[in-house]
Design a protein around this ligand. Structure first.
Ligand code: MOS
Length: 761
């Protein structure tokens, strides 16, 4: 546990915009990503996947491929060998699919691995993989929620109930003065990290080392230890740099497992890199969601009832729930609430974690429904949200530890110029273009998933150097930098005297880089570890025989690697001299943060934001162009305003892609996603993205952790798609309830009267 009282932040480093400490390594190519490593004797594995969606392998013929030059081995379900039982737990380690790769002759989705060829070179392996002959027997498949024949009600997601109610929603809906009943549809989407998934497995003296593109080094270690019947300390995962993940690298993937299988048998390192098509068909995706929102309100806009019914999809063999109602249950003050969820089984890879799982599609639907309610009530959308502001999580009854959502609305409205908007749909123009402005609420829970940090201050030839270590990975978001900033804040050292080591399972525990938790988990532990070193420096300075003997610890200050008297800075000593005087080569400190999932005994922890978007719509071509966006966020204390802004920019751009472009297209006839590449799956490019204005409330949440920072990564994403959709409605009077908002949908939509107001007596 961390001690709140000791973590005073003066802002000497925390809160000052800092460039990434690993930035130079990245732009010079010195930062090595998993696939970039090359080990002596390394062989190359290439996976090949099923072309059919459902059925079984009747026969697999590898004889021709095996004779090709350079081919070392071909693994199939006939020779993969036995694997042990892995855990599947967010805190310990996640397995991508519970049916292990090459487990049996069953096929559950197109792209499912059926063989891996290992050869001396990548080209040889790829060539041979194309010549593995597999004969299949097809069975009926279902690619979409509509085609699915199997359906059930899931119970929980991360210990949160998914079927829940409070009050009497049916009665409240029946009695509501104004009600909205609308159904929204969000498509399958892919996280599309730039860096493809890749693993290099290597066995030496009974120890398995994997250089892996992973969000969770400890998780992979635990999973692989379970699969290969090893004690965890016999597995080492290295993941110092990642090129993005967005959820898709949280669980140990089949390619990683097969690389380890082959490396063990061949007794040489094996590298496996997924192709873009394999990334898009095997590592998980965001499920499609169909969400019905039934809202009941009084004439003054106060919500009296909300029923939120979600249908999402899961795979034939596993369960993943896109948990939409974990957000609707708590965002607004509504006494009568019901959340329901239904899952349908389809023949695709298992849907999985993708940036703001649950929150992101929920916020599109919920914030569109709120906009429809505002239109029905002829009430300003911000005013409607203000009247329904919740001081507590309405489901648990716990008050939010620190909530500044109203300030987000106010500041956002001012920065964006919201009140210059004519609320009438299709009333604003710029030349021949229709102009629209929309807004929405963003939200994401505060999670801590735990971290242990060790710090060591070492005497070096030219002074001192501080090492800060934890196993957690910097997935590209800036963990190296915030860890260095926190250490600099406590020990008053410049960044060039601080080395942060991350992404190595031999280091102290670091949780999954997911749930936007790492900054909030790691920085208090860094603070605590460095504070332990500072206490030792203090003792060495003031104790008998020390250079500041007889002074009180309270009288000391620390700057530029020196400890000195606050009221007489000329009396001081460098850390290096202090170590020399004490005949010490190094001082050590440890820090630790315990997990907290969205609440503790007293408080609900939740971050908030307000997103504003302006669009133009061409009335002839029905093309939507984003003109500008404003986001104001309340995520506690901001450690690094520079990388925090980057996170929110990324999240809002992610939301813009969701609103206007992104969609995986499952084809029932083909039995696969037919746009499994970045040519046909559209993501925003620079020309799609306008100026984005990001600002932070920056109020520390000291109930959450002693630094007062909640997570950031996922907060920029939920809310953005609905702000854009609401802007499109405002521009055109057309309510598009199915994403993405494409020209053809706008073209065929009836204009105006989109809001469904039902008058009740
Ligand atoms: Mo993120 S979807 O929590 O890895």
């Amino acid at each position: 546990m961390t001690d709140i009282t000791t973590m005073k932040v003066n802002g000497t480093a925390i809160g000052k915009p800092a460039s990434r400490v690993d930035g130079r390594l990245k732009v010079t190519g010195e930062a090595r990503y998993a696939a970039e490593e090359s080990l002596p004797g390394m062989a190359h594995g290439v996976l090949t996947g099923s072309p059919i969606a459902h059925g079984r392998i009747v026969r697999i013929d590898t004889s021709g491929a095996l004779k090709l030059p350079g081919v070392l081995a071909i693994y199939t379900h006939e020779n993969r060998g036995r694997l042990g039982e892995p855990p599947n737990d967010l805190m310990k380690g996640l397995i991508a699919e519970s049916r292990l790769p090459l487990e049996d002759d069953e096929i559950h989705y197109a792209g499912q691995y059926v063989a891996m060829v290992v050869a001396e070179t990548f080209e040889q392996a790829r060539d041979a993989a194309a010549r593995v002959k597999v004969h299949y027997e097809r069975e009926e498949h279902a690619m979409t929620i509509e085609d699915a024949t199997e359906s059930y009600e899931p119970k929980q997601f991360m210990a949160e109930e998914l079927q829940l109610a409070r009050g009497d929603v049916a009665e409240a809906l029946a009695k509501a003065a104004v009600s909205i009943d609308a159904t929204y549809d969000t498509p399958c989407e892919h996280p599309n990290a730039m860096e493809p998934h890749a693993s290099i497995a290597h066995w030496q003296d009974g120890t398995l080392t994997v250089r892996n593109a992973t969000q969770f080094a400890y998780g992979d270690r635990t999973v692989l230890a379970g699969l290969f019947d090893l004690p965890p300390e016999k597995v080492r995962i290295l993941a110092p740099f990642l090129g993005g993940m967005f959820g898709s690298k949280a669980a140990t993937g089949g390619h990683t497992i097969l690389a380890a299988v082959a490396a063990r048998e061949l007794q040489r390192p094996v590298k496996v890199i997924l192709t873009r098509e394999q990334v898009m068909t095997t590592v998980g995706y965001r499920s499609r969601t169909i969400q019905r929102f039934e809202l009941g309100a009084k004439e003054n806009g106060e919500l009296t009832a909300m029923r939120h019914t979600t249908i999402s999809q899961t795979s034939a063999r596993d369960e993943f729930v896109e948990p939409c109602n974990i957000t609707s249950r708590l965002l607004y003050k509504v006494p009568n609430y019901q959340g329901r969820h239904e899952l349908r089984r389809v023949h695709t890879m298992l849907p999985s974690w993708m940036r703001g799982p649950g929150e992101t599609p929920c916020q599109f639907a919920q914030e569109s429904a709120m906009d429809e309610l505002a239109v029905a009530l002829k009430l300003d959308p911000i005013e409607l949200r203000r009247r329904n502001d919740a001081e507590q999580n309405g489901h648990t009854g716990k008050p939010f530890s620190s909530k500044h959502l109203i300030e987000c609305y106010d500041r956002g409205a001012e920065r964006f110029g919201w009140y210059g908007r004519n609320p009438e749909p299709a009333s604003m123009r710029e030349g021949r273009l229709l102009l629209g402005m929309g807004m929405a609420t963003a939200t994401y829970p505060g999670y801590l998933m735990g971290a242990s940090v060790s710090a060591r201050l070492e005497r070096t030839a030219d002074g001192v150097r501080l090492l800060v270590r934890t196993a957690a990975s910097d997935v590209g978001t800036g963990l190296y930098t915030v860890a260095a900033m926190t250490a600099a804040e406590v020990l008053a050292l410049p960044f060039d005297r601080i080395n942060v080591e991350l992404g190595d399972s031999n280091l102290p525990f670091g949780a999954v880089a997911g749930g936007s938790n790492l900054t909030a988990s790691v920085t208090p532990a860094v603070y605590q570890a460095c504070a332990a070193i500072r206490s030792q420096l203090c003792v060495l300075a003031v104790s008998k025989g020390g250079p500041l003997a007889g002074e009180g610890g309270d009288c000391l200050d620390y700057a530029e690697g020196h400890v000195f008297l606050k009221d007489n800075p000329t009396r001081g000593v460098s850390y290096a001299e202090l170590l020399d005087l004490a005949k010490r080569e190094a001082l050590d400190g440890q820090g630790h943060t315990d997990p907290v999932f969205g609440q503790n005994d007293r408080w609900a922890f939740q971050s908030f934001g307000a997103i504003f978007a302006e669009v133009t719509v061409d009335p002839t071509l029905h093309l939507v162009r984003l003109r500008r966006m404003t986001g104001v966020f309340d995520a506690g204390r901001i450690i690094n305003p520079k990388t925090a802004r980057s996170q929110m920019l990324g999240g809002m751009i992610f939301g813009a892609g969701m609103a206007l472009l992104e969609e995986m297209v499952p084809d029932q006839a083909a039995g696969r996603f037919i746009n499994a590449d970045l040519g046909d799956y559209l993501v925003p490019v620079n020309a799609d993205i306008p100026d984005i204005d990001v600002s932070f409330i920056n109020e520390p949440d000291l109930e959450f952790n002693p630094i007062g920072c909640r997570g950031l990564g996922e907060l920029g994403n939920p809310g953005t798609a609905s702000a854009i959709a609401n802007a499109v409605y405002h521009a055109t009077g057309k309510r598009i309830r199915a994403l993405p908002i494409s020209p053809e949908k706008l073209m065929s939509a009836a204009s105006a009267g989109g809001a469904q107001r039902e008058e009740k007596n």
